[in-house]
Ligand binder design. Structure first.
Ligand SMILES: Cc1cc2nc3c(=O)[nH]c(=O)nc-3n(C[C@H](O)[C@H](O)[C@H](O)COP(=O)(O)OP(=O)(O)OC[C@H]3O[C@@H](n4cnc5c(N)ncnc54)[C@H](O)[C@@H]3O)c2cc1C
Length: 462
């Protein structure tokens, strides 16, 4: 088979790249994804909280990529979920990309409402946070909702097909070579350009491909922590200011960076299953609500000498936590963690916070996590309690592990082209993003790089 551009991965990066190329050129485009079509994507974990290990994972793969069955929260800032300004070298361009991505989601049916607070509310919260040495990062956010995002993505997909994109689903790319990719059915597709956007689920595979092609790649940081669950009323006052409030904290003992991430107001905690380990995540629906709010509380870990492999480090912590939980995530009350004792169902049932995920093992996170990370979490929550009173109550629930594995950073230029000519990369799998908006933006940047090489788009990359 022969085409002009092969895009690997139909997540936000791949879909936005396809849209950009289709809108601005007559190039023939193949968009390939190993996952399923939108109406076939069902993730039991988003309904029952329990992962049934679909292959490939329906939560992480298929049309729309990893964000499709998620809360679909669009963080409308270029420095959240990556750093578009650093990638493009231009603040103006990075904001323009965010607005453009948002408008595309709106066109395909994202809700019109954007969560923005008035300046006075933001200033008051920022002041309160600063008084405790915490940075509050205000973000305009659009919430598509777990139950609504698939509809938006379906409209997006239909439009891509109308624009002439050839979509290949349930097809896995097994090999990338210059000017050619190989599929798992044994066929080859010859092409002028390859744009690889395989997301987090394809990050290890992409790293293997670029190593074979002698493209420089290095380990990035990792985030290790827990999912915190509190009564919704505890978080309501800050959620009024920002739907997904981001607090950046430095811990007292170790001066480590700790942050809140992915808040799900009146949401649910869910399992996330990897090959041999278990983790947790959270989601929120527009229609079904719980009485709790959950958010990730994560400690940034960077490794230098002699070991830089943050992924191996994170996997070993995930493995020991999975072993201790007997294959289930650990659940512990903050009060029990602080008293260095395990939680039991008896203690949890006496608490005023009822867990939304029950397929867990009450246990002791301190038996699984390094002391440094436990200290960071405990101190970080104590600091946060000054801004969000009640968040560090003894009945606060902690689910572990929540680990954000970022892909290795692949060497690229401003067009997101690798040192192998005409091989471009985009999205989370290349270590360039960590969210829906930023991954979509990197897809557009890479597509514009291709258009530039074709002489269609004139961009000054100096
Ligand atoms: C549970 C969950 C909730 C999330 N919630 C949010 C949120 O609310 N807001 C937010 O901003 N971000 C959220 N994220 C993160 C967000 O979904 C990702 O940052 C984003 O989807 C990354 O886009 P991407 O295009 O780089 O990759 P992905 O979306 O991961 O898509 C990559 C695609 O490539 C395909 N693929 C991989 N390897 C191959 C191969 N070899 N051959 C063919 N196809 C392949 C996969 O099947 C997948 O469909 C969430 C993620 C998860 C897992």
């Amino acid at each position: 088979m022969q085409t002009d551009v092969v895009i690997i991965g139909a997540g936000p990066a791949g879909m936005f790249a396809a849209l950009e190329l289709a809108d601005k050129s007559n190039l023939k485009i193949h968009l390939i994804d190993m996952g399923r079509d939108i109406n076939e994507r069902k993730c039991p974990a988003t309904i029952t909280g329990v992962c049934e290990k679909c292959n490939p994972c329906s939560q992480m793969s298929g049309i729309g990529g990893a964000g499709t069955l998620s809360s679909g929260l669009l963080n409308l800032r270029p420095d959240i979920g990556g750093n578009l300004e650093a990638l493009t070298g231009s603040s103006e361009l990075s904001w323009e990309l965010v607005r453009y991505v948002d408008n595309v989601f709106l066109k395909y049916g994202a809700p019109k409402n954007v969560y923005t607070a008035d300046d006075e509310q933001v200033n008051e919260l920022a002041r309160k946070a600063a008084a405790s040495g915490i940075r509050f990062v205000p973000i305009p956010q659009r919430h598509m909702g777990t139950d609504n995002t698939p509809r938006v993505i379906a409209n997006f997909k239909d439009d891509l097909i109308k624009k002439g994109i050839r979509l290949f689903l349930k097809k896995k790319v097994t090999l990338i070579e210059q000017g050619k990719v190989k599929l798992d059915d044994g066929s080859d597709i010859h092409c002028s350009y390859v744009l690889a956007a395989p997301g987090r689920i394809g990050a290890a595979w992409l790293a293997e491909q670029v190593r074979k092609l002698n493209i420089p790649i290095k380990h990035g940081p990792i985030d290790i922590g827990v999912r915190v669950e509190v009564p919704a009323i505890v978080m309501d006052p800050v959620i009024e200011v920002n739907y997904d409030p981001k607090f950046h904290i430095y811990s007292k003992t170790y001066d480590d960076f700790v942050r809140t991430f992915c808040t799900n107001a009146r949401g649910f905690v869910v399992q996330e299953v990897y090959d041999s380990t278990i983790g947790v995540n959270g989601h929120a629906m527009l229609t079904k609500k719980s009485e709790n709010t959950n958010f990730a509380f994560l400690v940034r870990v960077n490794l230098t000498e002699p070991i830089e492999d943050t992924t191996a480090y994170g996997q070993s912590i995930a493995a020991i936590t999975t072993t201790l939980g007997g294959g289930k995530p650990l659940l512990q009350r903050l009060g029990d963690l602080k008293q260095w004792r395990r939680s039991t169902w008896g203690r949890i049932n006496r608490s005023n916070v009822k867990p939304t995920l029950l397929n867990v093992t009450p246990g002791d996170i301190a038996m699984a996590f390094p002391h440094r990370i436990v200290t960071d979490i405990s101190e970080g929550l104590d600091k946060l309690d000054n801004v969000v009173p009640g968040v560090a109550s003894s009945s606060t629930l902690l689910y572990a592990p929540e680990i954000k594995f970022y892909a290795n950073l692949i060497q690229v230029d401003l067009k997101l082209e690798t040192p192998v000519p005409n091989l471009f990369v985009a999205g989370d799998g290349a270590g360039l993003s960590g969210g829906i908006v930023t991954s979509a933006a990197t897809g557009i940047i890479a597509a514009r790089g291709i258009l530039h090489k074709e002489g269609i788009e004139t961009i000054n990359y100096s």
